[in-house]
Design a protein around this ligand. Structure first.
Ligand code: GDP
Ligand code: MG
Length: 163
């Protein structure tokens, strides 16, 4: 069974940008089922000779705030069930939101390794802004820029230790 790395987080934090970076030049191996899997995309990736499957979540179809939150909650619960490790993506430019706090609460109850990935740290002057994300209560934080790729190697070095 392949190692699965699930990317979760609220909309617009950069989950799909990170997914594309981790799976670039590789064809998606599984795609587009019905129901909740409609909102999950699986792709192949590799780091330092460790092969793994990356899952992108999102693209929620919802007609109310409650349904929307429920959709995110469901994705997080599936990630806790199926993933070897979870990348919880947050956005340094917005800071912690209520939805981030709710996702963090769910992830703290799960028994899977969680990596707090502070995205959109495009230059070093933003690194200090990221320290507020320690208050999510999920341990170490990893500052990255999915746009430039900066920080993703350091993150993956730690993730593959859980395989
Ligand atoms: P998702 O909804 O979480 O999947 O987020 P997307 O990957 O669709 O990205 C949302 C927006 O954030 C897009 O406009 C991206 O170009 C932008 N974005 C993603 N990663 C970065 C980053 O590292 N730096 C900056 N400045 N913008 C980013
Ligand atoms: Mg997306």
């Amino acid at each position: 069974m392949s190692n699965i790395v699930a990317i979760v987080g609220r909309p617009n934090v950069g989950k799909s940008t990170l997914y594309n970076r981790l799976t670039e030049s590789r064809k998606a191996i599984v795609d587009d089922f019905s129901g909740v899997t409609r909102d999950r995309h699986y792709g192949a990736s590799e780091w330092t000779n460790h092969e793994f499957t990356v899952v992108d979540t999102g693209g929620y179809v919802a007609n109310s705030a409650d349904v929307f939150e429920a959709a995110i909650r469901e994705q997080v619960i599936i990630a806790i069930e199926e993933a070897t490790a979870i990348l919880f993506v947050v956005d340094v430019t917005t800071g912690i939101t209520d939805l981030d706090d709710e996702i963090a609460t769910l992830l703290r109850k799960g028994n899977k390794p969680v990596f707090v990935v502070v995205n959109k740290v495009d230059n070093t002057s933003q690194v200090s802004d990221a320290s507020e994300f320690y208050s999510l209560g999920l341990g170490e934080i990893y500052t990255i820029s999915s746009m430039t790729g900066s920080g993703t190697g350091e993150l993956l070095d730690e993730v593959v230790k859980h395989f």
